[in-house]
Write a new protein. Structure first.
Lengths: 544, 133
């Protein structure tokens, strides 16, 4: 018959008189919070490598705590041997993953394959020697403590020290290299948190391994709150979850657990009923509270996105404005210091003409930026009062007349094919904005057509539909296939072409799209077979 | 040997301004109208200094800088960023990539740029001019 340790058999694997009550308070909450936080970060960080590593550490750490409780509670030496072995397996792995986590967090890139292999090679003996006497020799049946071999007593701690030192050096090295104060702070807090956790974890086990006093070894568990604090930091850093939410979760969870256990502990029937009602109310109000906080977080995220969009807009807008300004001021400075006087007359004239052209472009860019900015921030829409029946035929005729001169100057054939002369084609729209949008499209077509034609057409709907389609085609430079999905985006040209100011602000089509889509049933799209093959724009409007 | 400055800038009007300004201070400016051509010119001419724009159609100045600094034939050529982009982030980025300085086109006029380059080529050691503005 197998010899048992001198206390009763454990109930539910983790409960016996050998286990100090304090252990349930140190281990179980840490397991729950670590897992909860680990999973939340994992899902909220878009399952990134940092999220995956953080979750792995949480799971491994929780498993280690669970195995610890089992080892303490059981009176069976074979169970001790099994779970003690698992702890030996899991513990250095926590260090390995923590090192990986620290590396990808601090360096912001993945670890090189050779370093990954080296880390695995370092860990490999732990796995290979686990079933041998080098790991565990046996179990002391009077205390149910395992007798550790060389590998468990020394080698695992060597590995752990290597990982702790590596993380420390990595943190110090990167901290000194980084120049951004916020990032510096992030790296420092992260590094200190993770190193303190690992040191605390090691020190507790070191005490146990060498003094055989495994109660004292629980000192190592002071690493738990540090670990949770570090996880919390990760959460805040990744903006994946709000501290407020985690706090509320923890509060609701604790209250519900407390109430739930009271239902079973209470011997008085009426008290049990009251506790059940309290439990249900905690759940209901808890869910309401968490829902409210989630809503608040969502609103905050929307505000943050808006701020970022504005900041991006300002960066590119300021570049767009500076480009012609630098040319104008540059030329003026050459005039001021007399450089320009030494130039031949034709070169001088060219420079002066450049200033004039750039000044005009600058005015256009300012107007476009102001309009696009307003449309972007105010989420442009046309009120019902602003939409009136208007004759699109008349509008197109006006655009055609206004741009005829420009087309002639560019030696482009601009044509307008009317549906039927003098017949009004009424659509729902705003005359000012629609004229602006159609003018922009035709103007663009002329601008990007070095030779050939620009053709304006009005396609009348088939019977049964209430659509009117304006078609503007050209034989111009076309739109490269790669650029086609981006053509209606703000500053698309500006991001790809320094000369964008020469052709406009890079906002024209963004504004046009906003205007057309603000019209009832308004749609705009284009077809271009590719570079140098012309473009055809279609504008769909609704018949009045 | 004549000191050579290469300007990588695909805005021809802008390039012309700098060309005139360099001529005025008695220096010859080589120009390349894009990132790819700029890289080729840097390898072929091995200039004493490169002035590099950031927003270019074929390849951004950041990419050009990375390529220049990772190529053993060009990594020792000092590079000065010359752009209308401004902001701490972009300055920090180019500095970390090995650019010597960041000059904003609206703040430093063409003649001043030409004069600075001339001074750098002749008298002042490059390290003394390591400034970002």
């Amino acid at each position: 018959m197998e010899q048992l340790c001198p206390w009763e058999t454990a109930q539910y694997f983790i409960y016996s008189s050998n286990i100090p009550t304090l252990f349930f308070y140190s281990h179980i909450p840490a397991i729950i919070v670590a897992l909860l936080v680990g999973f939340l970060v994992f899902y909220r960080s878009g399952k990134s490598k940092v999220g995956i590593s953080l979750l792995t550490v949480s799971i491994l750490f929780s498993l280690w705590c669970l195995f610890d409780l089992i080892v303490w509670a059981t009176n069976r030496p074979d169970v001790v041997l099994f779970f003690w072995s698992l702890q030996i397996l899991v513990e250095p792995f926590v260090y390995l993953i923590c090192f990986y986590l620290a590396y990808i967090f601090i360096k912001n890139k993945d670890l090189l394959l050779k370093w990954k292999l080296l880390a695995i090679l370092l860990y490999l003996p732990v796995v290979l020697l686990l079933p041998t006497n080098y790991s565990l020799i046996g179990v002391n049946v009077s205390t149910c403590n395992a007798i550790e071999g060389f590998m468990a007593q020394y080698f695992t701690y060597i590995i752990e020290s290597v990982f702790i030192l590596s993380i420390t050096f990595l943190t110090i090295f990167e901290y000194r290299k980084i120049s951004t104060p916020t990032r510096k702070k992030e790296v420092m807090i992260f590094g200190i948190g993770i190193v303190l956790f690992l040191i605390a974890f090691s020190s507790g086990n070191l005490i146990g391994s060498f003094t055989e006093n495994w109660t004292l070894a629980q000192v190592g568990l002071i690493g738990m709150p540090i670990f949770i604090g570090f996880l919390m930091y990760g959460i805040v850093k990744y903006k994946t979850f709000n501290i407020k939410l985690v706090g509320s979760f923890a509060l609701v969870f604790s209250l519900a657990t407390l109430n739930f256990s009271m239902i079973f502990i209470s011997q008085v029937e009426t008290l049990r009923i009251v506790t059940t009602v309290t439990f249900l109310l905690t759940i209901i109000f808890g869910i309401a509270l968490i829902k409210n906080i989630l809503l608040e977080i969502k609103q905050n995220q929307a505000i943050e996105q808006l701020i970022k969009a504005r900041s991006d807009f300002l960066t590119v807008a300021s570049h767009q404005l500076r480009t012609p300004v630098s040319l104008i001021t540059g030329t003026l400075s050459l005039m001021q210091d007399g450089t320009i006087d030494q130039l031949p007359p034709d070169q001088k004239a060219k420079l002066l003409e450049g200033i004039f052209v750039k000044s005009r472009k600058l005015t256009c860019i300012i107007n476009d930026i102001l309009q696009a900015s307003e449309m972007d921030i105010m989420n442009f829409h046309l009120s019902k009062e602003a939409i009136k029946p208007l004759d699109v035929q008349k509008l197109l005729k006006k655009v055609y007349t206004d741009l005829q001169e420009k087309a002639d100057a560019s030696k482009i054939t601009l044509t307008y094919e009317q549906v039927a002369s003098d017949k009004a084609v009424m659509v729902s729209g705003n005359e000012h904005y629609l004229e602006n949008a159609l003018f922009n499209i035709v103007d663009n077509a002329i601008k990007y057509t070095p030779k050939g034609f620009v053709k304006m057409e009005l396609l009348l709907p088939e019977i049964g539909t209430n659509k009117v389609i304006v078609k503007i085609s050209d034989s111009g430079i076309g739109v490269p296939v790669d650029d086609q999905p981006k053509i209606f985006e703000k500053f698309t040209r500006a991001r790809n072409a320094v000369n964008s100011y020469a052709d406009g602000s890079g906002l024209g089509l963004f504004i046009v799209k906003k205007i057309i889509e603000a019209h009832p049933g308004g749609k705009i799209y284009f077809i271009s077979p590719g570079e140098g093959k012309g473009t055809t724009f279609y504008v769909e409007l609704t018949k009045s | 040997m004549t000191k050579q400055v290469l300007l990588i800038e695909d805005d021809l009007d802008q390039a012309m301004l700098y060309f005139i300004a360099f001529q005025h201070v008695g220096m010859k400016l080589e120009t390349a109208d894009g990132g790819n051509y700029g890289l080729a010119q840097a390898r072929a001419l091995h200039p004493n200094l490169i002035l590099l724009d950031i927003i270019m159609e074929d390849m951004s100045g950041i990419e050009v800088l990375k390529k220049l600094k990772s190529d053993t034939t060009t990594n020792n050529i000092p590079v000065i960023m010359l752009s209308n982009l401004a902001g701490r982030e972009i300055m920090e980025q180019t500095k970390n990539l090995g650019a010597l300085a960041f000059w904003e086109k609206t703040k430093v006029m063409p003649t001043e740029i030409a004069t600075r380059c001339k001074r750098m080529m002749g008298v002042v050691p490059l390290d003394n001019l390591r400034h970002y503005r």
